[in-house]
Design a protein around this ligand. Structure first.
Ligand SMILES: O=c1ccn([C@H]2C[C@H](O)[C@@H](COP(=O)(O)O)O2)c(=O)[nH]1
Ligand code: ZN
Length: 162
């Protein structure tokens, strides 16, 4: 019984799993986004999820998508998962890193990803692919030499009893 286990998680499963788990911290009732930034040699550098800025209470700010008053929607307040992960990183440079993210990054996150020097985006869902935001995001990443590819789902279920 000294043979090594064969059903261990692949790197992609591991990092996308952590991105998805991070997204479960989000209070957004409609879309929970999580991400995990990883060095070229597979060390985890940072994680993030979509949420409010520090000091802004989850109970006091709106989570609505629509409203007559934009100030009563989440869009003007929520910090996106990717930006949170980039800003949370305390270790210096993210040059050459990869980011695993459960939703394709919007145009604003794409700008932050590019400027931080992240070179690879591995995403799961691309549900906003037809929006100007995501089209612009892909255009900027193409120009900046940031590669992006969709995570290949393996169908593996990971059960954790908490
Ligand atoms: O790049 C992105 C794009 C979006 N998010 C967050 C921002 C919001 O909290 C949700 C999107 O909500 P919808 O109800 O689907 O419009 O996702 C992000 O973290 N990163
Ligand atoms: Zn974004």
């Amino acid at each position: 019984m000294n043979a090594k286990r064969k059903d261990y998680l692949s790197w992609d499963e591991y990092f996308m799993g952590i991105a998805m788990l991070s997204g479960m911290r989000s209070k957004d009732p409609n879309t929970q986004v999580g991400c995990c930034i990883v060095s070229q040699d597979n060390k985890i550098l940072s994680m993030g999820y979509n949420g409010l800025p520090n000091g802004c209470s989850d109970d006091e700010y709106p989570w609505a998508r629509e409203g007559d008053d934009p100030l009563e929607t989440k869009y003007v307040y929520a910090v996106h998962s990717e930006l949170n992960a980039i800003l949370n990183y305390g270790g210096g440079s993210l040059k050459g890193a990869k980011i695993y993210v459960s939703l394709f990054p919007c145009n604003e996150c794409a700008k932050a990803i590019i400027q931080a020097g992240i070179k690879e985006v591995i995403y799961d869902c691309d549900k906003y692919e037809d929006t100007a935001s995501v089209i612009a995001s892909k255009r900027m990443m193409d120009s900046a030499g940031v590669r992006y590819y969709q995570y290949h789902r393996t169908g593996r279920e990971v059960k954790i009893k908490l």
